[in-house]
Design a protein around this ligand. Structure first.
Ligand code: GDP
Ligand code: ZN
Length: 358
């Protein structure tokens, strides 16, 4: 097993799973970035743009069979010109998923093969152990090991009090109080992110996930859809990485999908529609849109005459608007990258076409 693959998270288990593909002459690679149907894959030595091979596309029985960030894939290296081909996705050790946009019955994987998921809460006025409990369920379901991180410890006199409170709620789960204002307090997190170990941050907006990520990376980690105009020479730089290698040897995944999982519970909508949010705790799907989904507690309450339909209508309208805004943001980021010549015009057309369908 080679070091450069291990540094990306390759293990003996993957080596074994990869055996049949190696005999086909394929190369193992990890998906570092996803943009609809174009991927950037890492082999530890090379970075290639890759597309899903026809065979895999035809064999895929659902969206969950397609590659996602963090996946280990079997690829055919690029010919002299053109992209690499992803021929197969290796079985995942963990997966974070939501239901696909447009089809509430279909699962869409937003990140895979995460070893440790840091559930971040803030020790400010917003401290909410109950919310952490909910994230814990998501974490355990994913297959990743949850670690609870209580950030903004600088704001409380005795962080041990909330730490004990949370420990009681989450037996067997490590709990750390940290502060990005006190960088040394983040040292315990490094222990989960040793060479080849993959982490991700999950939690409400505003709890300090970006601040923690920046500290772990050691420099400003740009959010995937943000583009920075920079540098004195007027060159444009942007970061579209979703799988980042950390100086300590670990890896950190930050995908738009992971952020949507965060958003769903976060800010605006949930505050304005606390009544919907509270009913939604009983919905079968945690990202239920309260439309046609089976097991929806909100439409159930409306049907039972216990909740005003007009209120649900305005919630749905607002949710749809926000979704639309997010999609536009994605498209703008893509066009920006095209302008920078990072992805060929042809690739852009293809992505836009696929996007129209999704
Ligand atoms: P995210 O939405 O979870 O990514 O949160 P951010 O990293 O953007 O942080 C939200 C706000 O919390 C920002 O104003 C940060 O400066 C602040 N913040 C982050 N970490 C800490 C901390 O340890 N202590 C305090 N007091 N503020 C923090
Ligand atoms: Zn629902």
């Amino acid at each position: 097993m080679t070091d450069h693959l291990q540094a990306l998270g390759w293990t003996a288990r993957f080596e074994e799973l990869f055996e049949p593909y190696r005999s086909e002459g394929l190369t193992p690679a990890r998906v570092g970035m996803e943009h609809t149907h174009i991927y950037r894959v890492l082999t530890g030595q090379d970075e290639w743009l890759a597309r899903v091979a026809g065979r895999l596309r035809h064999q895929a029985s659902s969206r969950a069979d397609f590659p996602t960030v963090g996946d280990w894939v079997a690829v055919e290296p690029p010919a002299s010109s053109g992209d690499a081909r992803i021929k197969a996705v290796l079985p995942r050790t963990s997966r974070f998923s939501r239901r696909a946009a447009g089809d509430p019955t279909e699962e869409q994987i937003v990140a895979a093969n995460i070893d440790t998921v840091f559930l971040v809460g803030g020790l400010d006025h917003d401290f909410n152990p109950r919310r952490l409990e909910r994230y814990l369920v998501v974490a355990w379901e994913s297959g990743a090991t949850p670690v609870i991180v209580l950030n903004k410890a600088d704001l409380v006199d005795d962080p041990q009090i909330p730490v004990d409170e949370v420990r009681a709620l989450a037996p067997g789960v490590d709990v750390h109080a940290v502060s990005t204002r006190q960088p040394e307090s983040l040292a315990p997190l490094q222990a989960y992110l040793t060479t080849g170990r993959t982490g991700a941050l999950l939690g409400m907006s505003g709890v300090g996930k970006s601040s923690i990520a920046n500290r772990l990376v050691g420099h400003e980690l740009l959010r995937t859809n943000e583009v920075r105009e920079s540098d004195s020479r007027g060159r444009h730089t942007s970061s579209n990485r979703q799988l980042v290698q950390l100086p300590g040897g670990g890896l950190l995944i930050d995908t738009p999908g992971m952020r949507e999982l965060q958003l769903w519970e976060a800010g605006g909508l949930t505050d304005t529609f606390a009544d919907v949010a509270s009913l939604a705790e009983q919905c079968r799907f945690r990202d239920c849109r309260h439309g046609q989904e089976p097991g929806c507690a909100v439409t159930g309450a409306v049907a039972a005459g216990e909740f005003p339909e007009s209120r649900l209508d305005s919630f749905r309208k607002l949710a749809a608007e926000r979704e639309h805004a997010e999609r536009q943001q994605d498209e703008r980021a893509l066009l920006e990258r095209k302008r920078q010549g990072r992805i060929g015009a042809k690739a852009i057309r293809q992505v836009t076409r696929i996007k129209d369908r999704t």
